[in-house]
Write a new protein. Structure first.
Lengths: 107, 401
């Protein structure tokens, strides 16, 4: 996985509400970056796997994000689809915080 | 045979078929659908992609097969015999059942004026295909009915550059389901897009090139769409002698007046704790009731309690409503940069919320409101009104208490 990945600076940790999500667009693709209740960060594909809805507009509670339209839900740490109508898992990307800056590895 | 028979293969009936398996039911499941397609989602019908109407399947034929759901496609049910526990299909077959789910949905309310045959309805894939294949080439469209469906269709057509008029019998559009503040904002948004409104107007006659209003106004239109609401499809239940009101009457377990016959979705009117019955017409409700009915048919005894919720997209604006807002409620407004949310309180308790914003901007607040409503939390109006106050705190406090 490592060779093809590119680490990209996405935002500041403070740009994301704690237990919240932020949309991040890069190179014509859209992602969602999450800040967990413990300030850990995660990154997934930005659109719900059921319909093309931006997940960053959805409610984050603990480590779960809910689609703002059809209530499908995912564990954003693993991308696992937790609730219908979402049945396909979300792709996840490595994310880290360095000096308050969030970086994600896309590829 | 025997087992469970589901009449209607829309969002509700199809969801129920899978939910029966999820609930552990292992007997035969037969899903009867009158349309000649795999079960499909209705919301995308109003959102054509590159001019073509999408048929977005709820599930594949393989998924139905894998869950051992016998899907009878393009077949309608013509007669239900609750005593003998059989249902007769349009092709002459008679299916015995142990339990039956009526998920017959609703039909568009027909116009009764002269020339009604010129108006297209908007409910099914075939309806959508007919409308979008004709809308264009300079044809002007008149939509009769300024409810959610009519207004959503108007927005889609304006985005395609089609000239649109909306004719509504009430003095304002969206009066039935949308709180006044947001109905007014959406009305203004449509006016700004050039939609011509004819309000407080009845239709006298429709011709092949115009709609003639009761006051003599002539609205030129080469394409007319009737969007004056739907009526629950109760024909089968009524003929079988089941209790009927504004829909097939069901108790809180979603069971009808006949033993082992359940009803859910657009066709079902559910008994309310305070008396009376309520029927809900929404995508979410169809799925929620399907799941409750399926679990109860599989042996459960779960009351249907979900907070009603729907959305509507018009232009760049997204509306969401949770609960049943009423003019008698205390209203608390919460402003945001990209939208507004109104909360509705009764005796200090949150009972409903509605919001309108760019895209899904209000979704988070409405979802939290829905959870607060379901939890029966007493809320502080000042906190709700403060956009910097995170509503999640209220929920966490309530859960900790």
């Amino acid at each position: 996985m490592s060779d093809l990945m590119t680490w990209v600076s996405a935002c500041k940790l403070d740009d994301i509400e704690q237990e919240g999500a932020l949309r991040f667009d890069h190179s014509g693709r859209t992602y969602a970056i999450y800040r967990g209740p413990d300030d850990s960060v995660y990154c997934t594909a930005g659109l719900c796997t059921h319909e093309a809805i931006h997940l960053a507009d959805g409610l984050v509670i603990d480590f779960e994000v809910e689609c703002p339209k059809h209530s499908g839900a995912f564990d954003y740490r693993t991308g696992e689809a937790l609730r219908l109508p979402a049945c396909e898992n979300l792709r996840t990307y490595p994310a880290e915080v360095i000096d308050g800056e969030v970086r994600v590895a896309l590829g | 045979m025997g087992g469970i028979v589901i009449i209607g293969a829309g969002e509700c009936g199809t969801r129920a078929a899978f939910a029966l398996r999820e609930a552990g039911y292992s007997g035969p499941v037969t899903l009867v659908g009158s349309e000649p397609h795999v079960p499909y989602e209705r919301p995308p019908l109003s959102k054509p992609v590159d001019g073509a109407v999408q048929l977005k399947a709820i599930c594949s034929a393989q998924a139905l097969e894998a869950s051992r759901v016998d899907y009878l496609q393009g077949v309608s049910a013509s007669r239900l015999n609750a005593q003998e526990r059989t249902v007769t299909l349009g092709d002459g077959r008679t299916l015995p059942y142990e339990k039956l789910l009526l998920a017959t949905g609703a039909r568009t309310r027909p116009l009764t004026c002269p020339g009604a045959q010129y108006a297209l309805s908007f409910r099914t894939y075939a309806d959508a295909a007919a409308i979008f294949s004709r809308a264009g080439d300079g044809r002007r469209v008149a939509i009769i009915g300024g409810g959610l469906i009519g207004m959503e269709l108007a927005a889609v057509l304006r985005n395609k550059g089609v000239a649109v008029s909306i004719i509504e019998a009430a003095p304002a559009p969206l009066g039935r389901a949308v709180p006044a503040r947001f109905a007014a904002r959406l009305h203004a948004r449509h006016s700004g897009e050039g939609v011509q409104f004819h309000l407080g107007q009845g239709v006298a006659e429709i011709t092949d090139c115009a709609v003639h209003l009761a006051d003599g106004t002539v609205v030129p239109a080469e394409l007319v769409v009737a969007a004056i609401g739907v009526q629950p499809d109760v024909a089968l239940a009524e003929q079988a002698g089941l209790s009927i009101g504004n829909g097939v009457l069901v108790d809180d377990l979603l069971c009808t007046s006949a033993a082992d016959i359940f009803a859910a979705g657009d066709c079902a009117a559910v008994r309310q704790p305070g008396g009376g019955h309520l029927r809900f017409e929404s995508w979410r409700n169809a799925r929620n009731q399907a799941e409750t009915a399926a679990r109860n048919m599989a042996g459960g005894s779960e009351a249907f309690l979900a907070v009603p919720w729907f959305w509507s997209d018009q232009y760049e604006l997204g509306l969401q409503v949770a609960g049943l807002p009423a003019p008698t409620h205390q209203t608390v407004l919460r402003g945001r940069d990209d939208g507004e949310v109104e909360f509705y309180l009764e005796d200090g308790q949150l009972v409903a919320a509605a919001g309108l914003g760019i895209g899904n901007a209000v979704a988070k607040d409405i979802k939290l409101a829905e959870m607060l409503i379901a939890a029966g939390v007493r809320v502080d109006a000042a906190a709700l009104a403060d956009p910097d106050f995170n509503l999640k705190t209220l929920l966490k406090n309530a859960r900790a208490a």
